[in-house]
Design a protein around this ligand. Sequence first.
Ligand code: IDP
Ligand code: MG
Length: 149
Amino acid sequence: MERTLFLVKPDAMQRGLAGEIIGRLERRGLKIVGMKLLQMDRALAEQHYAEHRGKPFFEGLVAFITSAPVIAIAWEGKNAIGTVRATIGSTDPAAAAPGTIRADLGLEKGRNLVHASDGPESAARELALFFAPGELVGWQRDVDGWVIE
Ligand code: IDP
Ligand code: MG
């Protein structure tokens, strides 16, 4: 089982697409183990996007991500990191595969609706930025890893 950090970004929130987006990931079988609505401040945005500091789009990205509330979600499931990335599609919605969240709901790289961690190290780092360990819940699983209903 893996966990990954996911954000419904301000553009998706403004457009009323949070339910649609979260529903798609729920229906894949991923489980929510943490969720909060928050407005990111500049310090959190700069930490979250630290790898992009210095790039031409960095200032715009920080201004955008702090411009309205976001929903932060910790998803848990088998290969959760790769599964969420595959479900959202590539960074540029115009180039993303049809059927993915970014392709189906967006068109602009700078307004691509969602964030998802891109690997185990970034998932651990980003989860810690948004959630204290005690805030993440556990689902009861059987020996094969399936959630016990
Ligand atoms: P990712 O969100 O698919 O992981 P990254 O390369 O990590 O993509 O970039 C982080 C975010 O920065 C993107 O989701 C997008 O919102 C924004 N971004 C990336 N490249 C550009 C660009 O060339 N122009 C405008 N915004 C960009
Ligand atoms: Mg990224």
